[in-house]
Design a protein around this ligand. Structure first.
Ligand code: 6GU
Length: 235
């Protein structure tokens, strides 16, 4: 059986992606639903120091990733023919906000290459070159700065892979969670399990009442309340 989705990671720290072999993702890899490859960008350098960065044109602080190793790596992994069914994800704090909708779209494709930059980012021409051939997604996780794209690529991977059919045992748990359609754009209500009394704290009585209508109403009210206080932008 061939995998339903192949994920490649280009990075100067390819070991970051070892974690893909544990937990839910590891199971998906073991079961052949997902195929993962991580690559050391420095393998596409030719100088003794395996240089991947240089000073920014126009001056300024920090370093910029040189275009040549990226170009050669992408050519070797993907060829030079245009193929918009290949998706390139570039994690960057200046990207489009990564949303559940993006995770859903990416979970339906057969190939994603994550280009993980460090320093002040990748020479912009690499993105222009890639955009002419493949479907490029510059994505940000939120309004804060990470040192590189690796951790962001792992977060995006987890959000995407858990939506690939066959990865999650009970697909119904996907429809009930925050950001799914069934939640109507609200955050998820709080959850409880037994014991009903724990360290003097009680499970809300309504949840033990067996009244499905009242339980649904209570959960909806809590969702609205939590969303209003934490994420008023979603209301
Ligand atoms: Cl996707 N990358 C980096 N380097 N920093 C980030 C980010 C991504 N999202 C938020 N901060």
């Amino acid at each position: 059986m061939s995998a339903t989705i192949r994920l490649d990671y280009l990075s100067i720290f390819p070991d970051y992606f070892d974690v893909l072999h544990i937990s839910l993702l590891g199971k998906a890899v073991e079961h052949g639903i997902v195929e993962v490859h991580s690559w050391d960008l420095r393998d596409w350098t030719h100088d003794r120091h395996r240089t991947v960065d240089d000073t920014p044109c126009g001056g300024g602080a920090g370093m910029v990733m040189k275009p040549e190793p990226w170009g050669e790596a992408l050519d070797e992994l993907l060829g030079t023919e245009a193929d918009p069914s290949i998706h390139i994800v570039v994690p960057t704090p200046s990207g489009y906000p990564f949303r559940q909708q993006d995770a859903e779209e990416l979970s339906g494709v057969t190939r994603i290459v994550f280009c993980c930059g460090r320093y002040e980012g990748i020479d912009h021409r690499v993105l222009d070159y890639a955009r002419e051939r493949w479907s490029v997604h510059e994505l940000s996780l939120g309004d804060y700065v990470l040192n590189g794209g690796e951790v962001a690529a792992l977060a995006i991977t987890e959000a995407v892979v858990r939506l690939v059919p066959g990865v999650i045992g009970n697909p119904e748990s996907l429809t009930e969670e925050s950001y799914s359609d069934a939640q109507e754009g609200l955050l998820e209500y709080p959850n409880f399990t037994r014991p009903v009394s724990w360290r003097g704290l009680e499970v809300p009585e309504v949840l033990m009442s067996g009244h499905h209508g009242r339980i649904a109403q209570w959960r909806h009210d809590r969702s609205v309340e939590i969303t209003r206080s934490r994420r008023p932008d979603l209301i």
